[in-house]
Ligand binder design. Structure first.
Ligand code: SF4
Length: 749
């Protein structure tokens, strides 16, 4: 196997750029989590505003980018009309201006070349050279193995432009790690139950709920903007919050009940709750009778799954299980057992999500006020372009019969398909990677490395020199979301809406928007007819006209709401309703899972325990950062520049580890962290677990602010438990111990 893809430290970076003025960070510390206008000192009359929607996370809050008289971006504020944010951005969204000002941004195209000593390096290239290089390699791989052998890994708005290019070329192998590494299991679990996926933003009617259960979902630390605001409203209105988490999270601190569950046992608790709700007749009888399928089978299934049975597994006392079940029953149907977002934990995650969906079904919360509303999105017509050629095979064939209920392509499958082997009939030979830092996103780095080593070619499109750029053959610098047009935001909500993103300033350095990058590569591939526009504003303008508005109007509005057309937000009393399942009912017993040979109702199975002297690794989010992509943002690192490992005081004492001491982590497979991490000794974590915020521990020195700050949780995830139903990568089966002497890994970088 080839191993030519040695990691390049991008030494050529920085020479092509202009000096950057100091950033004008507009988030005022101590002003609360959400900034309404944290820059009162700036005189707005001097500023010009341009509509945008935030790209710092997937919530896509709409806002205004403010520029000064020299056309520098100075602040970003929320759009009052936007249902995603209600005029308030979170700290990360306000800090988005730091992405624009970041001095470490990619500044010019780079092409991998071999030095005399045989090692690789990057040389700066013109855009035209870079496009020739990309097109020549795409043509070569396409001619040799077929266009299907090129895959796109993407995250965020840019992915659509690169996806259009790839489909025009003849491949539909397009994948986002946000499915198999994050929310996929809940989509399949809810889909199998209600015939409808959750999607984003989640249609949780939090503002009107009377009771919300958070099971491993820490709203408030993950800044899902509208949800956090609604949760605060619900608490003010007296809603009961029940938080299940081995850690005393921010959400737990706002809860009436905190259930510090033994990790990996959540499914047992959910089944015991189902048992109590059925046996104490706390369920919504009319709803269950009219709309569900398989109630008697479910009742029989959970017969022995009593709170006493669950106590021995979860460490949650039977009376607490009963009490919390009664809280849910009393609030029915205005109750939400939250589906969570990052659901890939233990490899049986679709079944855990199914149990959550079943609980909601019993409580009658789907389609009910204070439960889940029926969301609606606007249909935006496609700008006319030619039909794509039909690929001979796709990610489905590459999965070779595995994961039959995967609704989207599975990133780990396409990574496996990139490793040559005798039984790999559908091999991927080249990758385009757009806006996703796979070395920090994907678990199991050795498989990822094997796949990258075997590739014929890799293009990376990004704004920052993330670790993935070091493995690329060509790096294309994309401008930030504040400097470009993108597609209209049309995510569903209570009422349909659109939001527009327009450039507030010219792209800095030699960076360019991805719509332009995709179009220019297409020109070199003789696929220019798929991109019949000179500027992407023409596409947006055409779509807006079709919707009865215009770019001119949207420039002043930013967000426009439309009337609902699909019917009411909630079910009407006694309404006939057909669900999109095989039976047309809410399936407590899943006929689809049964058809594929899986358990039609969830079953608890025990997961491996930590070996002696090891603790289960749990990871999560902080309000100031999104994944690894914000770790270098100068404005956000002002708020948090490293993560810490949370250790229970009993464990710290046992190891003689002190507060604020730096330790290295070692996992069950002898994987040692490259960097040390600060210790936080706290009662807020169970003794059998450690916790850290995801996204730190960057090892690329070109990320000058982020390099070496904190430890990477994903580096410690070498054991991955794959969900056989949809291919999700369970990542919470890794165990950590501590090293107090420097193992010397960093010195080798
Ligand atoms: Fe941006 Fe925060 Fe909204 Fe995410 S929640 S889109 S980071 S403002």
């Amino acid at each position: 196997m080839k191993t030519r893809r040695d990691f390049i430290k991008i030494s050529a970076l920085g020479t092509a750029g202009i000096a950057v003025a100091a950033s004008s960070f507009s988030y005022a510390k101590g002003s609360g989590l959400f900034a309404k206008d944290a820059t009162q000192s700036l005189d707005d009359s001097d500023l010009q505003r341009t509509p945008t929607y935030c790209e710092v996370c997937f919530w896509k809050c709409a806002g205004w980018t403010y520029t000064n008289s020299t056309n520098e971006i100075v602040k970003i504020l929320g759009n009052d009309e936007d249902p995603h944010c209600n005029g308030r951005l979170c700290p990360r969204g306000t800090g988005g201006v730091g992405m624009y000002h970041d001095k470490d941004r990619l500044k010019t195209p780079l092409i991998r070349v071999k030095k005399e000593d045989g090692k690789s390096t990057f040389r700066e290239a013109s855009w035209d050279e870079a496009f020739d290089f990309v097109a020549a390699n795409m043509k070569k791989v396409g001619a040799e193995y077929g266009p299907e052998s090129i895959a796109l890994f993407n995250h965020g708005s840019s992915g659509h432009h690169m996806g259009h290019l790839l489909q025009a070329f003849g491949s539909s192998n397009i994948v986002a790690p946000s499915y198999a590494q994050c929310r996929g299991p809940r989509e399949v679990g809810f889909g199998a139950t209600f015939g409808a996926e959750i999607g984003s933003p989640e249609p949780t009617d939090i503002r009107d709920t009377k009771c919300m259960v958070l099971i491993g979902s820490h709203i408030g630390e993950n800044m899902h903007n509208g949800q956090v605001q609604e949760m605060s409203m619900a608490i003010d209105n007296g809603a009961t919050i029940i938080t299940v988490d081995p850690r005393f999270s921010t959400a737990a601190s706002k809860s009436k009940f905190w259930l510090p569950i033994k990790p990996a046992t959540d499914l047992a608790l959910l089944l015991a709750w189902i048992h109590v709700i059925i046996n104490e007749e706390l369920y919504d009888k009319k709803y269950v009778e009219r709309y569900t399928y398989g109630f008697d089978l479910l009742k029989k299934h959970v017969e022995n799954m009593t709170p006493e049975w669950a106590y021995g597994i979860t460490t949650i006392k039977p009376d607490v299980i009963r009490k919390t079940a009664r809280e849910m029953g009393n609030a029915s149907p205005s109750v939400i057992v939250h589906p969570g977002r990052h659901a890939t934990w233990y490899g049986d995650d679709t079944q855990r999500s199914r149990a959550i969906a079943i609980l909601n079904a019993l409580l009658g919360s789907w389609g009910r006020r204070g439960g889940f509303y029926f969301k609606e999105a606007l249909h935006v017509p496609h700008y006319p372009t030619p039909a794509y050629p039909k690929p001979k095979w796709s990610w489905k064939e590459a999965m070779n019969g595995k994961y039959p209920m995967a609704g989207l392509s599975v990133s780990n499958s396409l990574i496996d398909a990139s490793i040559p082997s005798d039984d790999n009939k559908y091999q991927i030979h080249a990758w385009i990677v757009s806006g996703t830092n796979l070395p920090l996103t994907m678990p199991d780095k050795s498989t990822l490395k094997k796949a990258m080593d075997a590739l014929d070619f890799m293009v990376v499109v990004d704004t920052m020199p993330m670790e993935i750029t070091g493995y690329a053959d060509v790096v294309l610098p994309e401008c930030t979301y504040l400097e470009r047009f993108d597609d209209l935001r049309v995510e569903p909500h209570r009422v349909p809406s659109i939001a527009v993103r327009m450039p507030a300033a010219k792209p800095k350095y030699d960076s360019m928007p991805s719509w332009w990058i995709a179009k220019k590569i297409a020109d070199k591939l003789d696929l220019g007819h798929y991109f019949p526009w000179n500027d992407y504003s023409e596409v947006v303008e055409w779509q807006l006209k079709e919707l009865g508005t215009s770019l001119e109007e949207m420039k002043t509005l930013g967000v426009k709401k439309f009337d609902r057309e699909s019917g009411a937000l909630y079910m009407r009393e006694g309404e006939d309703f057909e669900f999109s399942t095989n039976t047309g009912k809410v399936e407590l017993y899943s006929t689809e899972l049964a058809k594929h040979g899986f358990d039609p109702m969830p079953i608890y199975t025990a997961h491996p325990e930590p070996p002696s002297g090891f603790y289960r690794l749990i990871y999560g989010r902080a309000p100031m950062h999104t994944f690894s992509r914000t770790a270098n943002n100068p404005n956000l690192t002002d708020l948090m520049h490293e993560n810490a490992v949370w250790i229970n005081p009993k464990v710290a004492k046992l190891w003689s580890i002190k507060k604020d001491q730096y330790v290295w982590l070692k996992n069950q497979d002898e994987q040692v962290s490259t960097f040390p991490v600060k210790v936080r000794v706290t009662e807020r974590i169970r003794w059998d677990s450690v916790y850290m915020v995801h996204g730190f521990g960057h090892s690329n020195k070109n990320l000058k602010t982020a390099f070496g700050h904190g430890a990477s949780d994903s580096e410690m995830i070498t054991n991955v438990m794959i969900d056989p139903i949809m291919g999700g990568t369970g990542m919470r089966g890794n165990f950590i111990t501590f090293i107090t002497e420097d193992p010397g890994k960093e010195a080798k970088l």
